[in-house]
Design a protein around this ligand. Sequence first.
Ligand code: ARG
Length: 584
Amino acid sequence: MEKILNLISARVAAAFEQAGFDPAYGRVTVSNRPDLCEYQCNGAMPAAKVYHKAPIQIANDVAARLADDAAFSEVQAAMPGFLNLRLSPAFLSAYLEQTRTAPRFGVAPDPRAGAVVIDYGGPNVAKPLHIGHLRSAIIGESIKRIQRFFGNTVTGDVHLGDWGLQMGLIIAELRERQPDLCYFDESFTGEYPAEAPFTISDLEQIYPAASAKSKSDEDFARKAHDATFELQQGRPGYRALWKHIMAVSVADLKKNYDKLGVSFESWLGESDAQPYIPPMLERMERMGILEQSEGARVIRVQEDTDTKELPPCIIMKSDGATLYATTDLATIWQREQSWQPDKILYVVDKRQSLHFEQVFRAARKAELIKPEAELRHIGFGTMNGKDGKPFKTRAGGVMRLETLIGEITDFVRAKVEENNLVTGDDVAETTAKIAMAALKYGDLMNAPTKDYVFDLDRFAAFEGNTGPYILYTIVRIKSILARYGAWEDLPIAEPETAEAKDLMLALTRLPDALELAYRDCAPNTVCAYIYELAGYANKFYHETRILTEEDRQKQKGYISLIALTKRVLETCIDLLGFEAPEKM
Ligand code: ARG
């Protein structure tokens, strides 16, 4: 479906042309003076310079040719040469009727849509999923849904941190605690037990203990390093333990992501990239792009056009160990072989931006991905506490995601019960949905790169720019529709009031908001749009007697308008990754 600005611009451009001017001057924008008009065209000003005429003369000339255009109810030339436009009710309602009946509200899919991999989540196995991974999950899930909406085939890959020192730390610590386990017996030839010798709670306790010990106890630190090395070399008992750690952790991760409404198509991790490393190194050697630098093998990524110095990407240390970057490069190669992506989007803390710049450049040099594919790091900022420092628990530690979700849920449940929003069985559902909306909208309303302050009071408020406010708007419409009856097939009618027209105009802006969100990987654009839309919807609701309207024809128009508003809001919050309850 053509966007409304293009339709209007085409008409104004034709009028410019008929008046003897270049039609390119006919571009129309949304008015920045809504008190004066709905749309404006400023083309007469630059045209005046070229055609040596007064701008107002040109504007008058063009306005005269638009006077009979059925799309406009008002076309005015204003000093010094503006064209102020208002849409005719018939044109606007016909346009929105198309929006109402078209699939996806007529938003055109990306003609260049293809295969997209989104690397998000990025939790480290055996370490509890904490706040630091929260933003990646929330933003990544939304970007994934937006990419999909525009027609891409998207694979969300959780890219587990499952290959680092943390595994060696856990193995070494377990060995000290339970030295008699068969996994440590090198002469053991039987079958390893199917059951893990620990639970997730054990693991959560073992990892921090081991990590702390390795900092004060050199001997232990060396043992952890050795265990990591032996695991990576494939020592059978350690491999078996590693599998247990993976199974127990992944089950816990899935449970937590599930609560967050986040899911992944692919559960690969750093370990899955390891088999690609030796052939990748060979390829790099063959291409002659690996250089020696202080004993290490590196790829130089500096380019002549750089204004800053970019350090080389270290591929292998002098002791033969590979690094985080090596794994990321091998992962790009694996993704190319598995999915041939047209884009890989990384939703990772912005403090890793240098790492990704180096990795992307090295990947191109090594031709690990097709040259036309896009590699993009969507770096996000930190979630801070009210003190402006990275968010911590009251005790000062890093908070676990599960604890955070629990706290938000308790807070929201108290509000739900206090205000008697719902009763009985509905309390749990309504509470969970409001809590998710508060948490996710509170995050997504900020541009990803921005740091933001986690403020539960503000996020969970039912008024203002919050997730619960959006839900409230939807639920209110749902309840009117339920009381009205069958609304699904009512066509969009001409606006009866100024509030109705404002709401309709806001609805026509959906494609622009979504396209911007898509192009910039910026869910905050969707938030800004629905906040605006919800504002117009609530104004309309306050100024209009909907259910008590006696003129049935008028009433049908009201109902079809709020029904479309509801569907648009629901689609948008689905793109953000949350949903509205039935009641609240
Ligand atoms: N596990 C990493 C961390 O916790 C994040 C992984 C991000 N993705 C990637 N391909 N490097 O910092």
